[in-house]
Every structure is written in structure tokens, then in C-alpha cells.
Design a protein around this ligand. Sequence first.
Ligand SMILES: Cc1ncc(C[n+]2csc(CCOP(=O)(O)OP(=O)(O)O)c2C)c(N)n1
Length: 275
Amino acid sequence: MQPIQDPEKLKEIARLLRIDCLKMLHQAGCGHTGGPLGMMDLMVALYFYAMRHDPKNPHWEDRDRFILANGHTCPALYVVLAYAGYFPKEELQHLRQLGSPLQGHPKRKVEWGIEMSTGSLGQGMSIGNGLAMAARLDARDFITYSFHSDGEAQEGMLWEAAMTAGYRGLDNRIGILDDNGIQIDGYNKDIKDVSPLKEKFEAFGWLTRSIDGNDMEAIMAALDWARLREGKPKMILAKTILGKGVSIFENLPKYHGVAPNDEELAIALKELGGL
Ligand SMILES: Cc1ncc(C[n+]2csc(CCOP(=O)(O)OP(=O)(O)O)c2C)c(N)n1
């Protein structure tokens, strides 16, 4: 796919995909709303600006790989993949239905752009390392991106793998961590504060960059930075707002894992200009 260079176009795609995401969740009657809305700007920048991929050739050996380690936020991944053309948009209506490939957590289906089954938090970092090491062994120049969350950063497994990536200097590896301060049971600071993430990743051998993860220009600059730096894995620490774009969801832990009801959907669509 040709990268979209205009941040205004990317912002518009993010707005449209927030609407698709909410409609899909409303139709399903269950699923995660807050995380996907918060990370949508990052996902749009990844798939329409930064990553090398071709929806018409999903098995392309040299495609960049994307692993959604915080698998519960897959509604964001599904709308991005449908918009990119990996599968028909109508399939979004079948989210979480029996028999649909679009389950509540990603199930691997490379033809549809879903690189790996995820959902058990912490595993995605190791999967990313494996792909990055395979690229090295095969002398391929694809980049492996993995997406993480602050709640996930409470998992020990994430840190074991982060240590490996640093130790091996996996510079073909880019992480993005959605730091929205919220997890399933409330605010991280009231449960187990994972800060300072920057110092922790740096101590484990990563280069880091902290950004506002809802600022499209900042996201694009950070992805450029990450692609150009050599010698170490790179982690983009993105502060986002859970539920971004819909005032009644923003920053409220309740919306970590519930779908919008009729009334909430109406308010959300009005605010996002989706009516
Ligand atoms: C190993 C593991 N333990 C527990 C869970 C249950 N779980 C699902 S989402 C979640 C909270 C994750 O926090 P975060 O991703 O920061 O939440 P969000 O930003 O999406 O609100 C938990 C504990 C899980 N998926 N995997």
C-alpha cells in the first residue's frame, strides 16, 4: 500500500474508524470500547502511514509484521484491516459471533491480516522477538511491530522478552505501548503503578520516545524516528485517552470492556459526526 503522508487524511480515517468500531461493538452487544477508541490514531498511522504491507498479498514474505499483544482491543485492529481491504467491511457485523473469524480476541488468519492469536497479556513481546529473530536469520528487512498496554506491563513475561530484545539488539523491532493509565479493574495508579516505563525500557536496552498518542503528527514523527534508529529495539510510549473522541467514555475505567448501548451509541455518533 502507498503510505498516506497527509496527517489530515489520517485523522479523518481515524474518525471514520472510531464510528465503525462503535457500530460494530453496539451490534455485537459486548466487547471492549475504551482501549480501541484511545489507540485508533496509532493504529491508523501504523497501517496507513508506517507499515509496509499489501492487503492483496497478505502472505508476502517481506511484509512488516504486526502483533496486537493487548488482544482485547482487537475491534481497532479489525476496522483498520477491513478499511485497508483485507476482508469485506460487512464482516464487521459478525464480531464475536460463533463461526466468525472476528472473535473477541484475535485468532490467527493471515489472509485477513491477523498475524497471530493473542489475548493472554504478555505473550506478544516474545512473539515479536521470534519474528524479528527469524527476519535476521532469513536476511529479510521487514520490521516487526508489537502493540502493548500499560495494564499488560504488569505481566512478568513482557519484561523477560523485553530483556531479550535489548540483549540481542533487535533493531528490526518497534514496540508501541498504549499508556492510558487504565486497566480492567480501574486506574493503574490504584492497582499497580507501572511507571516509570521509559526508564524501565531503557534499562532493558531499548531506545524510547514518549509522545501524545492521540496527536497524529507526533505519532508519525515517532514512527519515522523508530524506523531510522539502529542498534537497539525501539519503544514508543504513547499517552492516550481511553475512549478518545466520545466525551461520555473518556478516561472512565467502566468503558474498558463494555459495548455502547443504544443511547450511548447515539451520543457517540453525534459527537463523532457519524449520524
Ligand atoms: C495473562 C492475562 N491475565 C489477565 C487478562 C485479563 N485482562 C484482559 S484486559 C486486562 C487489562 C489490561 O489492561 P490494559 O490493556 O491497560 O487495559 P485498557 O487500556 O484496554 O483499558 C486484563 C487484566 C488477560 N487477558 N491475560
